[in-house]
Ligand binder design. Structure first.
Ligand code: J9T
Length: 273
């Protein structure tokens, strides 16, 4: 996969040289290039922003440097890109614009984007990028404004670090043991169960006995129930979407204890619970 990141703070992306993603780049599994937006300006002051039409606080990123930068990175597609149409976006690179006003980036989005040949991340700063850049870019890219969640950052760079890590670790060969990708939080719509390691007793706290029992059926059941309990407590919003139709029959009782009934394959919170 080829990833291009355009930013006025290329140094912000330095952590992508470390750990699993850094190794994937060294191993040639990921061709990731960071570009300085100011390299695509033509004036003496390397200006990237200006005041907003219509007034208001802050500055808006000017369209010209963005068009130059995006044209350059779109033209520099990796030679080994798949045949046009092989990727999910019919051969066009995907332009991801981190923004609190974007669609929500989820594990499902990460899986979808991991199938693409080329991703381009456009890091906005200030009040954002002139909207016409996104309209123009739609001729050359599949444009996807993306939000990590309902909060505001100072710029797109930190969001790009998160998205590149979430996507990069799904690429073939990046995570040494692909088994570890299977049983993760969110992959089945539930939060992950709690984990423990040695010592079995620490500061008067014991590891749950079932985990030392060697009874793999019981352990699997305990872990599922912990996932239900945790999700109900911390992220009840996920249970609305959860496909209860595929629950082991006996697990309906675990949800009943948590205050949920299974109705037509969906979990419904009991009004009295
Ligand atoms: C400037 O970008 C942001 O503030 C941002 C990007 C992605 N997700 C967010 N929640 C915020």
């Amino acid at each position: 996969m080829r990833i291009d990141v355009v930013s006025i703070f290329p140094e912000y992306l330095a952590p992508l040289e470390l750990s699993l993603i850094g190794k994937a780049r060294q191993d040639g599994l990921l061709d990731l290039r960071v570009h300085d937006l100011r390299e695509f300006t033509t004036d003496r002051h390397r200006t990237v922003d200006d005041t907003p039409y219509g007034g208001g606080a802050g500055m808006v990123m000017k369209p010209e440097p963005w068009a130059q930068a995006l044209t350059a990175v779109a033209a520099g597609r990796s030679e080994d890109a798949g045949a046009p149409g092989a990727s999910g976006s019919a051969g066009k690179p995907v332009l991801i614009v981190p923004s609190p006003a974007g669609e929500r980036f989820t594990q499902a989005t990460a899986h979808e984007l991991a199938e693409e040949d080329q991703l381009v991340f456009a890091c906005g700063r200030y009040e954002g990028i002139d909207e016409r850049v996104l309209e123009w870019a739609a001729d050359h890219f599949t444009v996807r404004p993306m939000s990590l969640g309902d909060y505001v950052l100072n710029g797109g760079e930190v969001a790009v670090l998160a998205m590149v890590e979430a996507i990069g670790r799904l690429l073939p060969g990046v995570v040494g043991n692909p088994e570890s990708l299977v049983e993760e939080s969110h992959s089945d719509g539930l939060l992950e169960y709690p984990v423990y390691t040695k010592p079995s007793s620490w500061r008067d706290r014991d590891v749950p006995a079932v985990l030392l029992s060697g009874n793999h059926g019981k352990i699997a059941q305990w872990r599922r129930h912990e996932q239900y309990r945790r999700t109900a407590e911390r992220r009840p919003d996920l249970l609305v979407e959860f496909d209860a139709g595929k629950l082991p029959r006996a697990d309906g009782a675990a949800f009943a204890d948590l205050g949920y009934d299974v109705v037509d394959g969906h979990l419904v919170r009991r009004p009295d619970a």
